[in-house]
Every structure is written in structure tokens, then in C-alpha cells.
Write a protein that binds this ligand. Structure first.
Ligand code: SAJ
Length: 418
């Protein structure tokens, strides 16, 4: 008889796992505490970018059951926890959802079950937080049930890499736990990479994203002084990219958004400072630089208006692309929000346009949107934040009185680049 998998948390991480599992002959249960999410899925509607309604209907047709009743976990041979770990007030991961999901597993845990945590968190969470809670069931990890960590590597909107063709790191409390996790994931991904333990698997995720975070901060800081030195950093990066080894291109921008890059490195710096009493300086500096980019963009907009003898106060600024990266609708941690807040605070008339966003408010202020050509015609400055593929950049550059391109993707006589 095929194994039963229960996935806890049916968001951008859990649902791709459900989809691959449905296609692998496993009995699959989707469990989420949100009645709204469960209800939508039961009606065949997807709430994440990477799955269509048709995908959901196919999953339901293959036998997927979706529920908000935790007693479903009793039937599971494998339980994978894919719930969010947002940053809490003190800068560390808010583990409320993880502990709540873990308690639900504890209350329905049966011998022989494999439990895997996928939520991004600090090294030690699986062993020091999840394991003790599960062992309150009276069952022992590594003996009565298996326990492992496997970092999620879902890249929303990525047309090339999905769950199946992205190598999956797994690390268990014991060798046996690692083996059990590797056997499970081997059914839904092409390549499994075994870590030494849960801690190395937890830390691998943080290294991957901290690496991105600090390298983006590097080019963001270089963009500022390159502008003052009269150096075209975009051309510098293009030239440096010709090096076939030992260099990976990162690009400056208006700030770093998303659910991973600006968030994950803080778990590490939080734990280092809390456990060891000293800072993880790379991350703290990178956070400061990246978080400062929206204000820097606002200052550059002010300079552009100044060159036209216009004050920022009363000028019309059109923001193009308010999501956190191109071609998706996700606005989490988007730098457009702090930028708009800054411009509004200085009295600018801020408008926005984004093919993926219909309505947008900043600090309770509804930012108006317009048909693109009208918006371009009425703006004193147009700021390109996300070059969605829907945008005809040449058309925009031709219609804008002044275009501030924060992505280095447009050329033109009235175009200024970050
Ligand atoms: N960004 C820059 N400059 C860059 C790259 C990114 O400013 O050179 C900005 C983006 O505009 C965005 C933010 O950083 O606002 C994050 O961009 P991202 O390309 O890292 O996209 P994410 O947040 O979707 O990151 C995910 C991560 N995937 C997982 O954690 C599973 C990351 O590890 C991937 O490397 C990344 O996708 C990817 O490569 O697309």
C-alpha cells in the first residue's frame, strides 16, 4: 500500500510539494489552519503564483484531500511542515506557526512516522524546539519516529527550476532519519543531497540566501559611490561578468524584497548575537545598506526634479512595478512601499502602475493608479522599479519626461540610471 503524506501549510512551498507528491503515487493530505485556503483549494482555486487552478483540480482528481482538521495527521506516514517563519519584533524568527504545527503533529503522532521541517529558521530549531515538542507524545525521535530538516528552495515565478529539478538537501536527527527523509524525497525530486545533520541542513539554507543578500548589498553600495565618481557600474558588472570563473553578477536595485533574501539572514545574525553575544557583522551591514536603498532612490528622484527646477513637494512621481521582483504579483517586503512612503512624506503626488497589482496602499494611503500612457504623460518623474515583461521599455522611455531606471535596463536621452 502506498504511503500517506500530510503537508502542513498550503502556500508557495507546501503546494508545489503536494503537486509533485500527487504525481508520484503517494496518498496526499493537505492540511492548513486557514479555512479560506482550504475552501479555495477544495473549489479548485489556487492562491499561489506557481500553481494554476487546473493544477489544483488535477491534484483533487488524483485523490488529494484538503482539510483544516488536524486529526488527518493520524493517517500520515510522512508529515512535512511548510509553515511561515516571519521575523518577530526582536529580529529573530517568529516560530509560532512552527510550534503550533508541531503540536498538532505531536497530538497525532504514530510510531514509524517521518516528520520533516521545511520552514526556514536558525540552526538547532529542529533539534531544540521541534524534537522536544514531538517527544511529549512519549515517542522518541530517531527510535520511534524519524525527524529531519529539509530547506525549501522554491523560487516563485522561476520558469526553469521547480521542486522536482532542484536538488533537495536533507539532514536528520540520526543517520536513520536522514535515510528515511532521503527515501521520501527521492520520490518527488531528482536529486537528494544528504547533510551531516539537521543543523547543517538548516545552516545551508541560510548560507545560500545570506550569500545573495550581502552580494546585493555590495553592488548597492558600489552603485552609490560609482554614481558620484561618474562610473557606469552597470557597464562594470557587464565587463566583470565576462570572467568565466570566480565571479557571479549581482545587480543594484531600489532595495531587496521577497520572503527569503531580506529575511533569512536575520535568523543567523539573531542567533549569533543571542547565543554568542556578538554581531554577525556582514549581515547587519548588508541589511543596513539594502534597507537604505529606497531612501537613496527618493534622494535621486529629488535631484532629478531639482535639475528641472521642481520641488519634490507637489511634483507627480509615477512608480512602475510595485512587486518585489518582475513578473510575479508578490509584494512581500517590496522596496516600492518604503520608497512611496518616503516620497509621500515629502509631499510628492505618488501614483503607481503594475500589471500584476490593481490596488495598492501605503501606510493606509490609497496610491492612485492610472492607465500607463496617461500616467507617463502626467508624471514629472517616472521611476522604473520592476521591469515586468509586460512593459515596452522603449515606449516608456519615449513617453516619460524623465525616467529613473533603478534596474539598468533602459537607455535614452531622458533616462537616468541608478
Ligand atoms: N535583487 C537585487 N539584485 C540582484 C538580485 C536580486 O536587487 O542581483 C533583489 C530583487 O529585486 C528582489 C530581491 O533582491 O527584490 C530578492 O530577489 P531574488 O532574485 O533573490 O528572489 P527571491 O527572493 O525569490 O529569492 C529566491 C530564493 N529562493 C529560495 O530561497 C528558495 C533565492 O535563494 C534564489 O536564489 C532566488 O529565488 C533566485 O535565484 O531566483
Amino acid at each position: 500500500m502506498s504511503s500517506t503524506l500530510a503537508v502542513i501549510g498550503l502556500g508557495y512551498v507546501g503546494l508545489p510539494l503536494v503537486r509533485e507528491a500527487c504525481g508520484s503515487g503517494l496518498n496526499v493530505i493537505g492540511y492548513d489552519v486557514s479555512e479560506r485556503v482550504v475552501g479555495a483549494l477544495r473549489e479548485g482555486r489556487s492562491h499561489v503564483d506557481d500553481l494554476s487552478d487546473a493544477d489544483v483540480r488535477r491534484m483533487l482528481d488524483s485523490g488529494l484531500t484538503v482539510t483544516s482538521d488536524p486529526s488527518c495527521l493520524t493517517e500520515a506516514d510522512i508529515v512535512v511542515i511548510c509553515v511561515p517563519t516571519p521575523l518577530s519584533e526582536d529580529g529573530g524568527p517568529d516560530l509560532t506557526a512552527v510550534t503550533s504545527a508541531t503540536c498538532a503533529v505531536r497530538d497525532h503522532l504514530t510510531p514509524g512516522t517521518l516528520v520533516v521541517l521545511e520552514s526556514t529558521t536558525w540552526p538547532g530549531t529542529t533539534d531544540e524546539v521541534v524534537r522536544p515538542l514531538l517527544e511529549e507524545s512519549g515517542l522518541a525521535a530517531g527510535k520511534d519516529f524519524h525527524l529531519a530538516f529539509s530547506p525549501e528552495r522554491i523560487d516563485p515565478g522561476n520558469p526553469e527550476y521547480g521542486l522536482r529539478n532542484t536538488p533537495k538537501v536533507v539532514g536528520g536527527i540520526t543517520e536513520g532519519c536522514t535515510q528515511a527523509a532521503a527515501e521520501f524525497y527521492g520520490q518527488v525530486v531528482d536529486t537528494v543531497v544528504r547533510a551531516r545533520s539537521t543543523r547543517e541542513a538548516e545552516m545551508a539554507k541560510l548560507l545560500e540566501n545570506t550569500y545573495r543578500h550581502i552580494n546585493i548589498a555590495l553592488v548597492n553600495e558600489m552603485a552609490k559611490f560609482s554614481h558620484e565618481l561618474g562610473v557606469d557600474l552597470w557597464d562594470v558588472i557587464r565587463c566583470a561578468s565576462s570572467k568565466p570563473f570566480g565571479f557571479q553578477a549581482f545587480y543594484p536595485g531600489p532595495g531587496v524584497g521577497g520572503h527569503c533574501i531580506p529575511i533569512d539572514p536575520n535568523y543567523l545574525s539573531y542567533q549569533v548575537r543571542a547565543r554568542l553575544g556578538y554581531p554577525f557583522r556582514f549581515v547587519e551591514l548588508a541589511q543596513e545598506i539594502n534597507a537604505g536603498m529606497p531612501d537613496y532612490v527618493a534622494r535621486r528622484v529629488q535631484d532629478l526634479l531639482n535639475e528641472q527646477s521642481k520641488a519634490l513637494r507637489g511634483s507627480t512621481v509615477l512608480l512602475l512595478g510595485v512587486t518585489y521582483k518582475p513578473n510575479i504579483a508578490d509584494q512581500r517586503e517590496s522596496p516600492a512601499r518604503p520608497l512611496a512612503a518616503r516620497l509621500l512624506a515629502q509631499g510628492a503626488d505618488v501614483r503607481f502602475h503594475d500589471p500584476h497589482v490593481r490596488q495598492w496602499s501605503v501606510n493606509g494611503h490609497d496610491v492612485p493608479t492610472l492607465e500607463l500612457d496617461k500616467g507617463l504623460a502626467e508624471a514629472d518623474v517616472v521611476v522604473l522599479l520592476q521591469p515586468h515583461k509586460d512593459y515596452d521599455l522603449e515606449h516608456i522611455a519615449a513617453r516619460a519626461s524623465v525616467l529613473f531606471d533603478t534596474r539598468g535596463v533602459v537607455t535614452g536621452e531622458r533616462v537616468e540610471t541608478l
